[in-house]
Design a protein around this ligand. Sequence first.
Ligand code: CIR
Length: 262
Amino acid sequence: MSHANISFRFSNAIVCQPGQSVARGLCAENRGQPDFRKFRQEHASYIDALEQAGLKVEVLPPQEQFPDSVFVEDAALCLPQGSIILRPGTPSRLGEADIMAASLARLGHETHPVLSDGFVDGGDILVTDSVILVGLSERTDRNGYESLKQILSDWGYRVRAVHTPEHVLHFKSDCCLLDSETILATSRLAESECFSSFKILTVPEGEEAAANSIRVNDVVLTPDGFPATAELLAREGYSPVILGVTQAALLDGGLSCMSLRF
Ligand code: CIR
């Protein structure tokens, strides 16, 4: 079944403000601690950009006990049928799912019971109109995938497991949906042939981090510092909006992980 318009036409988003504890967020490689004030500024610009794109944005207060809770996308998957509470695949983040479940319920979302087994980070789930791709990764395991697939199949979605490149945190660190037929991806991910039914735009060499962009209604939010990618997007007829995400990047985060869009 095709689910037109669930992949990039949105009316709402949920974000969570970074707390001071964001300075202790997880990162694979130490590139310096994020600065709380600068993070807050970049986060505020991100909220503005979502609003400019036409979304009503619900801003959750900082969760100091969870340093990585600004990356809301990893704790839930919001679809028209309801919101699935995920099981983030690293111990310090597992509790974020309970907080998100409570927030979603308070906002009136139908929350499906949490995954029954395994682990899935939302950053590994790419929703397209024709199929939902789930990247197996250090955070998303086979049991989590099967458990998620069960729920999604019951809702009528096609679901496929794919592989996240080695040393890449999440599947969507390396790709983004541009429209129903087109994906922006790094060459290392495109080579894995997981996008066989899509047109692929390859992120120019050296700009791999720009693959973590997001199509939101008529614009593509894309990180600052990657001019060749912005140029490629504009040349292909998309409307890039450039945003600073220097602080999230210090924690291996990017544009897609900082909101739940639905
Ligand atoms: C983590 O390691 O979990 C966070 N520091 C970054 C999460 C980024 N989330 C995402 O790409 N979906």
